[in-house]
Design a binder for this molecule. Structure first.
Ligand code: ZN
Length: 575
């Protein structure tokens, strides 16, 4: 990673850094093997914490200078201390909600999928929806395909069913289609596909992207109270995984209200930067409300709160495994009429919303998977740059999965950042191999290329709930390029352990304009820390995934403490 270029345009949503007090310390962590991510002092043995911030990082004597009679001391007994992990792409709300849905992640054959749905239906009143989490993939099944509508009708006859898979595909039964008013003769919408049986022309129940909308419109949405409960429960699991900050990559205003409500009661314990999701579509009718909302500040840009920020806009140019937009045709296209995939918005509308965002000083991030999708993003960002320079605003290439060498000159000239999600390769490699063929599939998520070619720090993250959220799984896969069911993919794109740790901390903080308050252990940053049982740099790469999180601190408070970890009872007054 080379030095970042100078700021060309100051960003008004950048996290402010207030002056740090000189103590007293509430807590000293001693006996640590600290990986600080601060180039001025990469290693340390002690940290002093006060008022939710880091007061000092260094030797035990340096930390003890901030101690008074009421300061607690905890000996980490040689354990590894890191800044809390920061996931630059984590759908926290969807992950929380998905914990309440049917879990298909352990299914190994179609019969398992059908049995799990039937089991949920048996304890759900007839007529109510049975919905699965999106965190699974048909390539994990022996049959390597989705269930068909008729199979779902047979397994769950009395309930509407929606199987989600990732964020771009659903499979539904006949009751669900009827409730949504979708018949076999429905035309494909712009940006979406109703998959049909080639012999009969009947809908198979598999709906892609825009074709999912009529179904999503009739599935009852959880109440705000249910969502708040789900987020509260999930935060506990995030802390147990060492995760202390996320970018929430795409929320509607009513979803943001869930976070606002938790924040107002002091119950938001994972620091969250929200992205406002915009859908500029294909025509003027879709574009106009988006531009009006932006121009009236329907969601205000605000980066000042330490727990909840709204500083980024989310756009999406293409779909996922089978629906990215590529320069060359798919090896196995779902839709032979569109063998390179389809965009999710028109190039004109994309440019129009980017121009408006640049003029109003927002940071923009766009989901892009295929190389042709990335081309469209670069083109729209360059058009926005003509209206108001975007260098310095860290506009983002989200995923940038099939990055090509020729993307970098323009990406770097515009000062773009990449947020990378190795867990997508871990989870979906099998699907990529089927749809793209083995050569392109192995070059998906080329981390080494991002680090070598980008002039900016690179963010790390997961894309939960499409993938597991555990940062140590992502770091392990980044180092080994190991996948769930497709072995090692593209080992030449692996990165080193320290590089992976940097992506999941300081890199993500940089991509969200929070490098002054997060991502390193240095004086003045928030006291968000994770204690690991082993140093990821010292163990066999294969073992990184299984390193145990002993403790997690947020804002200087212990929020997770494994039973046999360094415990509270070992803390002692400092003086
Ligand atoms: Zn995502």
């Amino acid at each position: 990673m080379s030095d970042p270029p100078p700021e060309a345009r100051p960003f008004r949503g950048a996290a402010p850094r207030s002056p740090v007090a000189d103590g007293p310390a509430d807590l000293l962590l001693l006996g640590a093997r600290a990986i600080t991510l601060d180039p001025a002092r990469p290693a340390a043995e002690a940290v002093a914490i006060g008022g939710g911030r880091i007061l000092a990082v260094g030797s035990e004597a340096e930390a003890r200078r901030f101690a008074t009679g009421s300061t607690r001391v905890r000996d980490l007994a040689g354990r590894t201390l890191l800044p809390g992990f920061y996931d630059s792409h984590n759908h926290l709300l969807a992950t929380a909600y998905s914990q309440t849905l049917v879990d298909l992640s352990a299914a190994t054959k179609l019969a398992d999928v059908l049995a799990r749905l039937a089991e949920r239906a048996a304890r759900t009143p007839p007529g109510q929806w049975v919905v699965s989490s999106g965190r699974w993939h048909e390539s994990q099944l022996a049959e390597r395909r989705f269930p068909r509508r008729a199979e779902l009708d047979q397994a769950v006859p009395d309930h509407p069913v929606m199987i989600q898979r990732g964020g771009h595909n659903v499979v539904v039964n006949s009751r669900a289609l009827a409730l949504a008013g979708v018949a076999d003769d429905v035309p494909n919408p712009a940006g979406g596909t109703y998959v049909r049986d080639p012999a009969t022309g009947q809908l198979t129940g598999h709906l892609i992207d825009a074709a999912m909308r009529p179904i999503r419109a009739v599935v009852p949405r959880p109440s705000q109270a249910e969502l708040e409960d789900a987020v509260r429960a999930l935060q506990v699991r995030y802390h147990a995984a060492g995760l202390t900050s996320v970018v929430e990559p795409g929320l509607e205003p009513d979803e943001m209200a869930v976070f606002g409500s938790l924040r107002s009661r002091g119950e938001l314990r994972v620091r969250t930067t929200m992205m406002w999701r915009l859908r500029p579509g294909f025509d003027d009718a879709a574009l106009r409300p988006v531009l009006e909302a932006l121009e009236s500040d329907a969601v205000p840009l605000d980066g000042s709160d330490p727990w909840l920020r709204t500083t980024m806009l989310k756009l999406g140019i293409d779909g996922g495994v089978e629906a990215g937009l590529y320069r060359e045709p798919y090896a196995h296209p779902d839709d032979p009429a569109n063998p390179r995939g389809l965009p999710l918005m028109s190039a004109e509308n994309f440019r129009a919303v980017c121009r408006a965002a640049a003029a109003r000083g927002w940071q923009v991030g766009t989901h892009c998977v295929g190389d042709a999708g990335i081309d469209l993003v670069l083109e729209a960002y360059a058009a926005a740059d003509q209206v108001a320079p975007i260098a310095g605003l860290r506009w983002t290439l989200i995923h940038m999965m099939y990055a090509r060498e020729d993307h970098w000159p323009l990406a770097n000239r515009l000062g773009l950042v990449v947020t990378a999600q190795q867990p997508l390769q871990y989870t979906l490699a099998d699907g990529f191999r089927h749809y793209l063929g083995p050569e392109r599939a192995s070059a998906i998520e080329p981390l080494r290329m991002y680090l070598d070619r980008s002039t900016q720090p690179v963010g790390g993250g997961s894309d939960s709930p499409v993938t597991p959220f555990e940062p140590l799984l992502g770091i392990w896969s980044s180092v080994t390029r190991a996948t769930d069911r497709a072995g090692i993919q593209g080992p030449e794109w692996a990165v080193g352990v320290e590089e992976a740790l940097r992506m999941y901390t300081l890199g993500s903080a940089w991509c969200a304009f929070e490098e002054r308050t997060k991502g390193s252990l240095s004086r003045g940053t928030y006291a968000d820390l994770v204690v690991l049982d082993a140093d990821p740099r010292q163990v066999e790469p294969a073992a990184i995934r299984h390193i145990s999180v002993a403790q997690t601190y947020v804002d200087g408070r212990l929020v997770y403490d494994r039973q046999d970890g360094p415990a509270d009872d070992r803390s002692e007054p400092a003086a």
